[in-house]
Design a protein around this ligand. Structure first.
Ligand code: C2E
Ligand code: CA
Ligand code: CA
Length: 860
């Protein structure tokens, strides 16, 4: 199949050969004709020549015969004794003419036009056409007679005569001359002067015609020498100026005339036939050349397209296949080996469906269906196969039937490797349905799952939807970084998966929110057991690097039996229940109940309002003074946050601080309080301290040290006048981190006050470790100070003594009555704060208090 495409195409081969052949044939034919004609002409010429020779011979014979006859006839007159007697010297006319011995009959009977007797002295006897003539012989005869006479005399003894051709009366004639002598033997001397008899036989047309007839020759005639001599034979007639001519037969010519026309006709016909044949041959050879050329061109085109195909087939990323009509592979491009790892020859002859399989459409029927399909539309099918290494791969095959003479010969097509595409698609599918971090189902998958489960409505098995939120997750994420947060989420995911059954779904909604969909679980006690186990499981510490992380979880539960079969509604209800669980103290679970809805709706609204309020600065600070117990002078003031709500009016911190703590809002809010408190207190007397409450969430979500430093720098407020109130919850969350932060705060020069002292688990322990300047005894103890039991009094006493022992300033808050104040005075508490002395008041109110106290101070 592989031919050199560069080779130049031989053009018009057969035409050229036919041209040559025709040329050769024409030459041969011409040569043959020439040879034949030459031979013919040669034969004709030879025949003519032979006929000429024969006629010449005959003519000569006839002439010689006539001359001989003439001589013999003359001899009968000249060798005659009587003539010798009567014609010697003087001619005897009487004897000769009158007695008709040599008379008129010589002309009339024998045809001699002239009869002369010549002697040395002249003409003694002369007859012209039978009549006596006075004129001498020389008057008629144009030649010199002397040599003739001499010859005649010389021949006489031998009884011979001479003949000559002469002009007579200007026309050629045969002159016979003989010496007149006796019929006896004579000697030369006896006839030396003898008269000579001359007979002139003029060669007239009649005589010549008779002569010709006698010899069998036609057209005997005389022609002047000067006239152009034809190719006809002739005989010279002496110096008469004439020659004898006749029509020599021309058998050659006749032959030519007979043969040539039909021969030429045949040749012409032959030529015409040949011409026709040659033209035909040329035309068909031209046609052959044309079709040869077309064949070559199409061959070249085929070769080029084959090369092109090969180049494309080998360069393409797809592989190309071909089968016979029984679906057995007959061709595989080299690319096949590269993609699949198999050798091409391993698969040739094998049915295509042994290699490829499609799970949705059987391959072979699909191929057969391509026979009737629209050839414009290439059909595709996704097939799977195992490559040489046994790995699962996918390819997209296209197929088209191969028809040969309208009959199915097989199939061919391409196969594009789409393994990467399929894998990517599967990955995307997975990603779109799963949470990348934990591998759990995501919100998408959850809604699909729920939709499917709830499709049958009340016929579907009951399901419980548990919404789970991690407690104390954000602090971990914030303080230890995202790696820790991720580890926690992954561990939680594992624990959740481990505690659910096969048909259940665990999904992560984002952040630290998870959903569990439990099927067939309807009984509350069962659900309770499950939730208790789950919460217990999640409270087990999680080890991250060297840290032991403590988290917990709250759960909100919705049930399809109770809350209906709408997925969105179920999630919403579970969310409300979760909210309630969190509000109720975390690490617990709540079932949705319709009453929750309203409460939570309110909280939700508030949360949104809070977000807006931060932006619109709807907050104000109220101030509650702290008094020295000895002289009840204001030594310090606590800033307490209030929200001037547009609809609800002035709201206390307990209504919104926990909300703010659940998001980053607390950070912005805390900064604002610090700034506002310092800025305001800057205006007040220098001895006055200002206390600002810090929420544990602030410690976890922002860099409190940096915030405080910035506010001090910005306001120029002296650090030693600022006191930060911290509850022991700060220490609970992150013991080491909190210590570091507090030491750093101390380095700024601010004071640290432990708020709500006595309510926590290990307040005393913290006191030894942390750098506090003061403690504030929680108002619960103060409230119980005047109780009969005396229990709280003992606690307050102990706290005051401990504080003093550790060099701390001790404050009692929530002092509402004079008794309480007096009791604290007895215990020698340092400072007091409470409604009995002053409620928290706004700025103007506090400044009025300050002025009033100053007056009192001055007055005392
Ligand atoms: P706290 O730090 O213990 O503040 C004292 C609370 O006791 C204040 O309530 C105050 O009005 C109230 N109080 C004062 N004297 C008496 C009294 O004689 N009897 C009774 N029953 N209560 C008294 P408030 O202003 O509603 O604050 C509640 C809590 O909100 C505060 O408790 C504090 O923990 C928090 N808070 C207030 N302002 C801020 C703030 O700016 N930032 C942060 N993080 N928390 C704040
Ligand atoms: Ca406080
Ligand atoms: Ca307090």
């Amino acid at each position: 199949m592989h031919r050199n495409a560069d080779r130049p195409a031989p053009r018009h081969t057969s035409n050229l050969q036919v041209h040559r052949l025709i040329g050769g044939f024409c030459a041969l034919f011409g040569l043959g004709c020439l040879i034949a004609l030459g031979a013919l002409f040669n034969i004709a010429a030879t025949l003519d020549q032979q006929a000429q020779q024969t006629s010449s011979f005959q003519a000569n014979q006839a002439l010689q015969q006539r001359l001989l006859a003439s001589r013999q006839f003359l001899s009968s007159y000249a060798v005659w004794d009587a003539a010798y007697e009567h014609l010697n010297s003087q001619a005897d006319w009487q004897w000769a003419y009158e007695e008709k011995n040599v008379g008129e009959s010589l002309y009339s009977a024998s045809g001699y036009e002239g009869v002369f007797v010549v002697t040395d002295t002249g003409t003694s006897y002369a007859l012209f056409k039978g009549k006596p003539s006075e004129s001498p012989a020389t008057a008629f005869i144009g030649s010199d007679l002397a040599p003739i006479i001499a010859q005649a005399r010389k021949a006489a003894p031998a009884r011979e005569q001479v003949t000559h051709f002469v002009r007579f009366n200007d026309w050629p004639a045969v002159l016979s001359a003989a010496a007149v002598r006796p019929d006896t033997d004579v000697l030369d001397g006896e006839v030396r002067n003898a008269p000579v008899m001359l007979f002139v036989d003029q060669l007239t047309a009649d005589k010549l015609a008779r002569l010709g007839e006698g010899a069998g020759l036609k057209g005997m005639r005389l022609e002047e020498d000067s006239s152009a001599k034809t190719r006809q034979p002739y005989i010279e007639l002496g110096d008469t100026g004439f020659h004898l001519a006749w029509n020599s037969p021309q058998p050659g010519h006749q032959l030519l005339w007979a043969v040539l026309p039909p021969l030429l006709g045949v040749l012409l016909l032959l030529g015409l036939v040949m011409l026709y044949l040659f033209r035909h041959a040329l035309r068909s050879s031209h046609a052959i050349d044309q079709s040869l050329l077309r064949l070559q061109q199409s061959n070249q085109a085929l070769e080029a397209s084959e090369q092109r195909f090969r180049a494309v087939a080998e360069a393409a990323s797809d592989w190309i296949w071909e089968t016979d009509r029984h679906h057995r592979l007959t061709y595989l491009s080299q690319r096949f080996a590269k993609v699949t790892g198999y050798r091409v020859d391993e698969w040739l002859g094998q049915p295509l469906n042994q290699l490829l399989a499609c799970d949705t459409t059987p391959l072979l029927p699909w191929l057969d269906a391509q026979v009737d399909s629209d050839p414009q539309q290439l059909a595709n099918l996704r097939c799977a196969y195992r490559d040489h290494n046994g790995e699962h791969r996918y390819c997209r095959i296209s197929a088209r039937s191969i028809l040969f003479d309208g009959k199915l010969a097989g199939f061919r097509g391409t196969a594009s490797d789409i393994t990467d595409e399929v894998d990517a698609h599967a990955r995307i599918q997975h990603l779109s349905m799963h949470d990348a971090l934990t591998g759990l189902a995501n919100r998408n998958k959850l809604s699909r799952h729920l939709e499917q489960l709830l499709l049958r409505g009340s016929d579907a098995p009951p399901l419980a939807l548990l919404l789970l939120d991690l407690d104390s997750f954000k602090p971990i994420n914030d303080s230890l970084g995202h790696a820790a947060g991720d580890a926690v989420l992954q561990e939680v995911a594992t624990r959740l998966r481990d505690s659910t059954r096969d048909g259940d779904l665990v999904a992560r909604l984002g952040g630290d929110e998870f959903v569990l969909v439990l099927q067939g679980l309807d009984n509350r006690s069962e659900i309770d057991r499950f939730c208790a186990r789950l919460i217990d499981l999640l409270q087990q510490p999680i080890v991250f690097e060297e840290h032991q992380l403590h988290i917990g979880a709250s759960l909100g539960i919705a049930q399809s039996r109770a809350q209906g079969f709408d997925a969105g509604e179920l999630i919403r209800c579970a969310d409300i229940a979760l909210y309630q669980a969190k509000a109720d103290g975390k690490h617990t679970w709540r079932y949705f109940s319709p009453e929750m809805s309203q409460q939570i709706q309110y909280r939700r609204q508030l949360e949104n309002d809070l977000r807006r309020a931060v932006q619109q600065q709807e907050f104000v600070l109220h101030y509650q003074p702290r008094y020295r117990l000895d002289d009840l002078h204001i030594v310090s003031v606590e800033a307490l946050l209030r929200w001037q709500h547009p609809q609800e009016g002035l709201l206390g911190p307990d209504t919104f601080i926990p909300l703010a703590e659940q998001s980053d809002l607390i950070v912005a809010l805390g900064r604002w309080v610090l700034l506002e408190a310092c800025r305001t207190a800057q205006q007040w007397p220098e001895h006055l301290l200002v206390s600002v409450n810090l929420s544990p969430a602030q410690f976890l979500r922002s860099d409190v040290v940096a915030d405080v430093r910035e506010v001090l720098l910005e306001t120029g407020f002296p650090a030693q006048r600022l006191e930060l109130e911290i509850t022991e919850n700060v220490m609970l969350n992150d013991i080491e981190g909190a210590l570091g932060t507090m030491l750093a705060l101390k380095e700024l020069g601010v004071r640290l006050n432990m708020d709500d002292f006595g309510t926590g688990y290990s307040s005393l322990g913290y006191l030894r470790t942390y750098p506090f300047d003061s403690i504030k005894i929680d108002k619960r103890f103060i409230a119980g100070l005047t109780n009969q039991s005396g229990n709280d009094r003992a606690v307050v006493q102990a706290i005051i003594n401990l504080g003093k022992a550790m060099g701390l300033t001790v404050t009692a808050e929530g002092v509402e009555t004079e008794q309480q104040l007096r009791a604290l005075g007895k215990e020698r508490c340092h400072e007091v704060q409470g409604f009995y002395l002053s409620r928290p008041v706004d700025r103007e109110g506090f400044e009025a208090l300050l002025a009033d106290s100053g007056q009192r101070h001055d007055a005392s």
